[in-house]
Design a protein around this ligand. Structure first.
Ligand code: NAI
Length: 460
């Protein structure tokens, strides 16, 4: 039998593509060697967010004293926490299986690689013929010299999320997204956390306003998380006082566990790319054109395998775009309008252009900011850190980007993403009635501030 489409990899790129392609009438086979949902669901986004919310609760019980509510000293049953988290993953995996089956996608549990006849050869011995093949095999964490995941002292994010222990001291190598999110969680669980970042600033690869970085760094400090920038981890040794991690600065930090979070690389090796002469760039990303076509006919690639931000929703969007293109339709994927949300305390989220990038590009922009502290809702939530910021074209007043640092920023950025993607103006956001008292009022007020007419802030 020849399928219309064979998809290798059932992460948020692959399974979303499979469902949409089936909805559009294509005969789809989805090949996955491990679990449905990929890293995001099983070892990434979802378990991290479950632990983010559980540990936020832990933190709130402590804050509550200021509101006159005393929960006493909380205790953590790591086993129950881990099994609660596993339960969430399990339910979501089952849910995806149900959806995939309900859409008549054929699901095959096997490893699939390309062969020289442009077929997919399965680890079960079966060979799959398809008119088109979509590669969606995701990415894996990278190692650095002197630190390998085979070493039991070194944790990958998977090891950290397995919740086998709460180390007394945790050293996180890499002040990127994963490093900061896991540092936040383990700090709340009680570890003394130090982050080493080799670049001059945390989150160096992310386009975030420097004021937001400054706010985040202040908060990390208040939480007791030590951040050392310009400090690359070079080696470590076992000492009588735990592990001594040696840095590029010549100094050392003592710790009980090391979490390595220095980036991820695409899983493009050993999927048979060479058999069809499919090109990769020097970092291993598969070279694709705007239509996500690889250099081999009828073979496509999406998600972490191809250049662009390594985000689940970017992979899903590419899957939807590919599905539309397979039936002659278009899907409006604009990489500039993909939002990013970082689950630190406070959360950081952004979409579109930052003020700095707009200025670098020589765009004439106006900026509006509004602090959480001026929102009654934020005061009532005891979430007064952070701000909303909008960046708009000075002439047309069209929103080009937004940055939010503060409680629920990950959710609040959606309104800004809708506006940026659809070319809405500051006036449209400002004139949209927002329910009071709510956090989204912050975006409306920031838009008003950019226009010089904020109500709850002094306009300068
Ligand atoms: P990353 O690229 O975000 O950060 C890695 C950091 O490690 C960089 O800041 C780098 O300068 C630093 N580094 C490298 N070698 C070092 C050394 N020897 N010593 C000290 N620092 C060193 O990579 P990360 O955090 O592993 O995340 C991987 C990907 O997954 C990213 O693209 C990220 O955006 C994505 N992701 C996104 C999430 C979200 O949007 N909420 C959540 C988790 C991952």
């Amino acid at each position: 039998m020849t399928y219309s489409v064979a998809i290798i990899g059932a992460g948020p790129g692959g399974y979303v593509a499979a469902i949409r392609m089936a909805q559009l009438g294509l005969n789809v086979v989805l090949i996955e060697e491990k679990k449905l949902g990929g890293i995001c669901l099983n070892q990434g986004c979802i378990p991290t967010k479950a632990l983010y919310s559980a540990t936020k609760l832990l933190e709130r019980t402590q804050d509550a004293k200021e509101m006159g509510i005393d929960f006493g000293v909380p205790t953590i049953d790591l086993g129950t926490l881990a099994s609660w988290k596993r339960g969430i993953i399990c339910r979501m995996v089952t849910g995806i299986k149900t959806l995939v089956e309900a859409n008549n996608v054929t699901l095959l549990e096997a490893r699939g690689v390309l062969n020289e006849f442009a077929q997919v050869a399965l680890s079960t011995g079966e060979v799959i013929d398809a008119e088109r093949i979509v590669l969606a095999t995701g990415s894996s964490p990278v190692e650095i010299p002197g630190f390998t995941f085979a070493d039991p002292h070194i944790w990958s994010s998977d090891d950290a999320l397995a919740l086998r222990e709460i180390p007394r001291r945790l050293l996180v190598i890499g002040g990127g997204v994963i490093g900061l999110e896991l540092a936040t969680i383990f700090n709340r669980l009680g570890s003394k956390v130090t982050i080493l970042e080799m670049m001059p600033e945390i989150l160096p690869g992310i386009e975030i306003d420097r004021r937001a970085i400054a706010t985040l760094k202040r908060s990390l400090k208040t939480q007791g998380i030590i951040v050392r920038v310009n400090s690359a981890a070079k080696s470590y040794e076992d000492t009588t006082d735990g592990l001594a991690v040696h840095m590029s600065t010549g100094e050392s930090v003592a710790t009980d566990r090391i979490l390595l979070a220095v980036g991820r690389r695409p899983n493009s090796a050993s999927i048979g790319l060479e058999t069809l002469g499919i090109e990769t760039d020097r970092r291993g990303f598969i070279v694709v054109d705007k239509a996500l076509r690889t250099t081999a006919p009828s073979v496509y690639a999406i998600g972490d395998l191809v250049p662009g931000p390594m985000l689940a929703h970017k992979g899903s969007a590419e899957g939807l775009k590919l599905a539309a293109s397979f039936v002659g339709k278009t899907y409006p994927l604009d990489y500039q309008t993909i939002p990013q949300a970082i689950f630190t305390d406070p959360e950081v989220a952004s979409v579109g252009l930052s003020e700095a990038r707009a200025k670098e590009e020589g765009q004439d922009v106006i900026v509006g900011r509004f602090p959480y502290a001026a929102l009654g809702k934020a005061q009532g939530m005891r979430e007064t850190q952070g701000f909303f910021q909008v960046v708009a074209d000075a002439k047309s007043k069209r929103l080009l980007g937004a940055q939010i640092i503060g409680a629920e920023a990950s959710a609040l950025i959606a309104e800004a993403a809708l506006a940026v993607q659809n070319g809405l103006s500051l006036g449209t956001i400002a004139d949209t009635v927002h329910a009071h008292p709510t956090l989204p009022e912050g975006l409306k007020e920031a838009a008003e501030a950019a226009l010089g007419r904020a109500i709850h802030a002094v306009n300068r």
